[in-house]
Structures are given as structure tokens and as C-alpha cells.
Write a protein that binds this ligand. Structure first.
Ligand code: DOR
Ligand code: ZN
Length: 426
């Protein structure tokens, strides 16, 4: 055995068990009641072992946005946050919309990545052939409303075609839902908006739910797998819940910022609280937590979208949308657990098992014999404080700066190798 994790408590089959884990050649080779011998033995007494965390929604910015983030800094941020696997978004420059660019991206990322990775492949109104041919992708990403970058598909016919291609390939469509036309009308009304507090008025709840409704209507017709990214409104959630009740192949994600911040925080955060979709009301936040408790939200993904402090310090309309989050997601969730808001088993399901299933990440998402030896070891009693200067992300800021948390990432293990150790040596 190469590595043994002894005396820990592991999430196995969605439950907590005292178990000793043996790792050989990067795979889980033994799950035992007996203490295991190995070349390296780690005592995990008092610690929880989660299946390696998967962040199914990151913007690591390469190529074209290297001044905001690159795969070296992003990887360090990921492992410090306990994240073993990421799925990167296509709104780069150039956007990831052709097979040639996919091949190129694979090669660039391979050199710097310290985490496992896959890509969401971008859809345009006319790259259907590329969508047919792109290999090894996690999903097809559709921006139904414009955000950072120039990806946008508004036309219903084009959307239907994209959904059909996904269906024929048994691939998920991941969708960013904001209604472009309504957004434009609202922007006209708030032409002189000069503070991020207007963001939730321009991209209001209806902007999101109208677009969700449109996507659901097409999904119902075509029958493909559809994953809603960053659901943020109580109304949008209701549409998704009823689609699920009707047995449609629909799943959804929420982000940590929509779970832990509201539009009230925009007053102090300004553009550092500007993202798409925007921060919402307390009632929306409550609806998201209720849906987590009910089990109708499948994944928590960060939407890690770094922008530089200089870019954010521009006036509201010029400042780009997006916040970093990969380093702070799990600590925030562990802190929420300490307050009884979510269980550790549910964190494992929403941040590992479900994303692995939805995006077809074979051998990931569970602590099971033969699966990849990706683990996130956490100490529920440890305490930490989020501080901008300690962050690994290149942008060096967080909307959660100064927050004190209970629960820390102790170790991150990827393919059987310890790549992050909070207190010890690698
Ligand atoms: O706020 C956001 N930022 N939302 C997105 O959809 C894109 C992201 C980014 O890439 O900056
Ligand atoms: Zn995003």
C-alpha cells in the first residue's frame, strides 16, 4: 500500500463510518475496520474524510485573462480550499467553442494544473458541428443572457438545436439563465445606475425566472439533461422544483455567495459584490436554504470568477461581474454545518457525488473501492479567518474578507498524493 488514512471518519454511501483507507497507484485499494500498514501512514483521528471536493463551476481565465488568474494560482487556491477537481468555463478569450481550441486548452492547462480538470464547452448560435464533435467535455455551456465574455445564445431555434445535439450525445447542457431582452429594457430604466445596488434591479428576479422558464420549455420538448447554474431566485427555484416533480431531467446548482450574502451586503461591498446573477433578497436566500434542506438543489459550485481589484474599483457600469470563491466555499459550508444549517453528508453529496454523476466524472465523487484516491480531510473543530492577504487566488480578495469560521480544510489528497496540508508537511 502506498498510503493509509487510519482512524478517520469517512463519508461512505452518504453516511459517516469509522474506516481505514488504503491507497495504491492512485486508487482506493482497501476500506477496512483494521488499521492499515503502508509506505506512508496518516493518523486521521478526530477528522472527517470526504470524497474529494469537485467544483463544477470555475472561471480559471486561461487563455486571455491571465492577469486575473492562471492555472498555477487557481490550483493553489483550489487545493487550499479542499478542491480536488474543477470544471472550467468556456468564456475565455478566445472562447472555448471549437475542437481545435479544446485540444489547445487541454495542452496549456496540463502544464500548470495541480488539480483534476474538465471543461464545459461553449455553445454559439452556429457552432453545431463543433458541439457534435467535441470529445471528453463535461457539458455544453449556454449563456442565455450575456455576462463576462461574448458568449450568448438567445434564439429559441438555436437553443433547441443545441439541446438536441446534447440529447443525442447524452451530454448535459449547463445553462446561465438571464433574459437578455428584459435585461436591456431594465438597463434603459436605470441608465444612470452608479452603484452595485442597482445590479439586482437591472438583472432582477424576473430576468432570471423568465429565462429559466424558457429553458425548461425547450428541455421539456427535447428531453435532454439540463443543469441550471447559479440559481438565485425563489421564483426560478419554484419552476425547477416543479419540473423535477414532473420527472424532467433537470438538475441545478447554487453558489456560496448566494447562500451567504444578500443584496444588503452590496451596500458595503459595492462592485466587490457585483456578479451575475446578482445578490438577492433575504427571502431568496431563505428559499435556497429551504431547497437544500428538501434536497431539491443538486450541487454547490463556486462560480469562481476572479477580477482584479483595479477592475473592480472602476465605476459600477464599467466594473466586471464576478467574485472569487474556490478557496472559501468549503470553509463557509463547514461553518454553516457548525450552526446546524447543513450536514457533512449533504456537503459531500452536493460538492462531490452529485457533480461527479451529473458531469460523468468516472471514478470520482465517492469513497468506494477502485475509485480515484481524491480526498478532502476536514477538521470540524479547527478555526480560521478569511483574510485577503492569505488567499492564493491571483486577485487576492474575497467578499468574505474578515469572516471568522469554525471548520477547516486539513488536507487535500489528489490521486493518492497529499497536495495541501494545513498544519503539517507535504
Ligand atoms: O458574475 C459572473 N462572472 N457571472 C458569469 O456568468 C461570468 C463570470 C465571469 O466569468 O466573470
Ligand atoms: Zn460562471
Amino acid at each position: 500500500m502506498d498510503l493509509a488514512l487510519n482512524n478517520g471518519t469517512a463519508v461512505i454511501d452518504r453516511e459517516l463510518y469509522k474506516a481505514n483507507l488504503g491507497i495504491k497507484d492512485g486508487k482506493i485499494a482497501e476500506i477496512s475496520g483494521e488499521i492499515l500498514k503502508a509506505d506512508r501512514e496518516i493518523d486521521c483521528a478526530g477528522k472527517i474524510i470526504l470524497p474529494g471536493i469537485i467544483d463544477e463551476h470555475v472561471h480559471f481565465r486561461v487563455p486571455g485573462g491571465e492577469h486575473k488568474e492562471d492555472w498555477k494560482t487557481a490550483s493553489l487556491a483550489a487545493i487550499a480550499g479542499g478542491v480536488c477537481t474543477v470544471i472550467d468555463m468556456p468564456n475565455t478569450n478566445p472562447a472555448l467553442t471549437t475542437c481545435a481550441l479544446l485540444e489547445e486548452r487541454q495542452k496549456i492547462v496540463e502544464k500548470d494544473a495541480l488539480v483534476n480538470f474538465k471543461f464545459h464547452f461553449g455553445a454559439t448560435s452556429d457552432n453545431f458541428q463543433e458541439l457534435e464533435n467535441a470529445q471528453e467535455i463535461a457539458s455544453i455551456k449556454v449563456f442565455m443572457g450575456s455576462s463576462t465574455g461574448n458568449l450568448l445564445v438567445e434564439d429559441s431555434k438555436a437553443l433547441e438545436k443545441i439541446f438536441e445535439i446534447a440529447k443525442s450525445r447524452n451530454i448535459t447542457v449547463s445553462v446561465h439563465c438571464e433574459d437578455e431582452e428584459l435585461m436591456r429594457q431594465n438597463l434603459e430604466k436605470f441608465k444612470r445606475a452608479n452603484h452595485a445596488r442597482f445590479h439586482n434591479k437591472i438583472r432582477d428576479n424576473e430576468v432570471e425566472w423568465k429565462s429559466i422558464k424558457k429553458a425548461l420549455a425547450i428541455q421539456e420538448k427535447v428531453g435532454n439533461k439540463l443543469h441550471f447554474m447559479h440559481v438565485s431566485t425563489k421564483e426560478g427555484l419554484r419552476f425547477i422544483e416543479s419540473a423535477k416533480e414532473n420527472g424532467l431531467k433537470v438538475t441545478c446548482e447554487v453558489t456560496p455567495h448566494h447562500l451567504f450574502l444578500t443584496d444588503k451586503d452590496t451596500e458595503s461591498l459595492g462592485n466587490f459584490g457585483k456578479m451575475n446573477p446578482p445578490l438577492r433578497s433575504g427571502a431568496d436566500l431563505d428559499a435556497l436554504w429551504t431547497a437544500i434542506a428538501k434536497g431539491t438543489i443538486d450541487c454547490i459550485g463556486t462560480d469562481h470568477a476572479p477580477h482584479t481589484i483595479e477592475e473592480k474599483n472602476q465605476e459600477y457600469q464599467k466594473a466586471p461581474s464576478g467574485v472569487p470563491g474556490i478557496e472559501t466555499m468549503l470553509p463557509l459550508l463547514l461553518n454553516a454545518r457548525s450552526k446546524g444549517m447543513i450536514s457533512i453528508e449533504k456537503i459531500a453529496a452536493m460538492c462531490s457525488e452529485n457533480p461527479a454523476r451529473i458531469f460523468g466524472l468516472e471514478g470520482k465523487g465517492k469513497i468506494q473501492l477502485g475509485f480515484d484516491a481524491d480526498f478532502t480531510i476536514v477538521d470540524l473543530k479547527g478555526r480560521t479567518e478569511i483574510r485577503n492577504e492569505n488567499l492564493q487566488t491571483k486577485c487576492k480578495w474575497s467578499p468574505f474578507n474578515g469572516l471568522k469560521l469554525k471548520g477547516i480544510v486539513e488536507k487535500t489528497i489528489i490521486n493518492g498524493k497529499v497536495v495541501f496540508d494545513f498544519g503539517g508537511s507535504l
